[in-house]
Design a protein around this ligand. Structure first.
Ligand code: HEM
Length: 459
């Protein structure tokens, strides 16, 4: 068929023709793992190799992925590297818990992330988006780093949805603690990559103790205050995630979350939910700035829909959502999900031995030559109308799948839709001239050196 429009091919490293040697590979993995992938990864159903951390199998065949994440999920545990990196400071939260503790928490927390419950957070999300517009209007004519602004916005959404009555006297301690936390604990330390025992201190985490202690103490104060408020009058407590956490109960055992579990999950939601969603929004803004067609389409939809009531707004933002889904395909914030095999198995025709690290890399899967037409091109039409039905459940995994699928997926998609539409309703997005964007993976996939943009106010 004759292609009438040339599609945008956004920046991405060229797959290598040959795998790197061990030292060069370690260097690339520490700097930007996206640059390590080879042509074979984007073409074959499974690629296995031996690394210093053990045997690794990168799986990109949807049935095999389904086996790892769902059908035989009991044989695959979150691996030590992922757990160490993601759970530093988050022990006992949903992301890092295992076994019975995870099951109990997942059952207790599920009701707060149902579509009905998430819909009740549309209003605070819209308020955070409006606050962002006000901040951006104050910087009119200047080059702004939109990556920074969007990160501030996603933190604001979490602040408003978790602590709807504010952070009280300790607000600045909490915000400072959060910054320190995410600049250090949430980062991959080279020692983690090398498998250095956790008893050896990480230099990227030196000196964070006092700020972290202040942070934890300030959060505990907010939680204790809310607990007293609920005890005084359960019906008068504000409707937000903190109240839901304190009231959450495992339907099987009737058990409530412990003090430590409540705090760990507050931190987990902030850690798992802010940088991921901010990067999704940052990439979507970049892609729109490069695609006049979709910039126009999202703007018209925002003009039509985004001025009205925030309730159900995300459901009406169909084209905006297609852009977000396509953004999460090309630049999945979580570029790789990993598990370790507890026992032998067979995946995509290959024998998997006990202890193998199985990597499912949405970044590779979403650009796999056998699964997508013109995989490196930006085309949100893939997610519109009937086309969406052709996207395989296990070929598109920005939020993972199976029992450990992202509990916040609906929350993140609603938030991203509302924030992106609000941004486009108020501004036209122009990338700062001469800036070239390059994706790097540092915990999440983000543009190297941020996203300097000139935001042109609309009437
Ligand atoms: C675009 C935004 C987001 C992306 C791309 C994303 C991606 C993911 C992925 C891939 C996983 C599965 C990891 C695995 O299987 O190893 C996950 C798990 C998780 N996510 Fe998200 N996430 C996002 C937003 C959020 C938000 C907003 C929240 C909370 C408010 C959240 C909370 C969690 C939690 C608690 C888990 C662990 C679930 C469990 O193990 O039971 N995420 N996320």
């Amino acid at each position: 068929m004759l292609e009438l429009t040339r599609k945008l091919r956004p920046p991405a490293p060229e797959p290598r023709t040959e795998p790197l040697g061990p030292i060069a590979l370690l260097r690339v993995l520490l700097n930007n793992p996206l640059e390590a992938w080879t042509e074979a990864h984007f073409q074959k159903p499974i690629v296995t190799m031996g690394l210093s951390i053990g045997r690794v199998a990168v799986v990109s065949e949807p049935n095999a992925i389904r086996r790892v994440l769902l059908d035989n999920a009991g044989n695959y545990k979150k691996d030590w590297l992922q757990r160490r990196v993601m759970s530093a400071g988050l022990t006992k939260g949903l992301l890092s818990a295992e076994g019975n503790q995870w099951r109990m928490q997942r059952r207790a927390l599920a009701p707060m992330f149902t579509p009905r419950s998430v819909a009740t957070f549309a209003a605070p999300m819209a308020q955070a988006a409006q606050a962002m517009v006000a901040r951006l209007r104050a910087q009119e004519g200047k080059v702004v780093d939109l990556a920074v602004e969007l990160t501030r916005t996603t933190l604001d959404v979490l602040e408003r949805t978790i602590f709807s009555d504010g952070l009280g006297r300790d607000a600045e301690d909490i915000r400072k603690g959060m910054r320190v936390y995410f600049e250090s604990v949430g980062r991959i330390d080279p020692f983690d990559m090398l498998g250095v025992p956790s008893a050896i201190p990480r230099f990227t985490r030196f000196g964070i103790g006092p700020a972290m202690r202040l942070f934890a103490a300030a959060i505990d104060t907010v939680i204790a205050k809310r607990r007293r408020r609920i005890a005084d009058n359960p019906n008068a407590a504000p409707h937000d995630i903190l109240t839901l956490l304190l009231k959450a109960e495992d339907p099987h055992s009737g058990r409530r979350l412990s003090e430590q579990e409540v705090r760990a999950n507050v931190l987990t939601f902030i850690a798992a939910g802010h940088e991921t969603t901010a990067n999704c929004l940052t990439w979507a803004s970049f892609l729109l700035s490069q695609s006049p067609e979709w910039h126009e389409r999202v703007q018209s939809e925002a003009d039509r829909e985004a001025g009205s009531d925030a309730r159900n707004l995300a459901d009406r933002l169909v084209e905006t959502r297609a852009v977000i889904d396509e953004t999460n395909r090309l630049y999945p914030p979580i570029a790789a999900i990993s598990r370790v095999a507890l026992g032998p198995d067979q995946l995509a025709g290959e024998r998997i031995s006990r202890g193998t690290i199985v990597v499912i890399a949405p970044y590779v899967l979403h650009r796999h030559r056998s699964l997508w037409h013109r995989p490196d091109e930006f085309d949100p039409n893939r997610f519109l109308g009937g086309a969406r039905e052709h996207v395989g459940r296990f070929a598109y995994l920005p939020f993972g799948a199976g029992p450990r699928v992202c509990i916040g997926a609906g929350f993140a998609l609603q938030e991203a839709s509302i924030v992106l539409a609000t941004l486009l309703r108020n501004f036209s997005l122009v990338l700062s001239p001469k800036h070239s964007v390059w994706p790097v993976q540092k915990f999440t996939v983000r543009p190297k050196d941020g996203l300097p943009m000139i935001l042109q106010p609309r009437a």
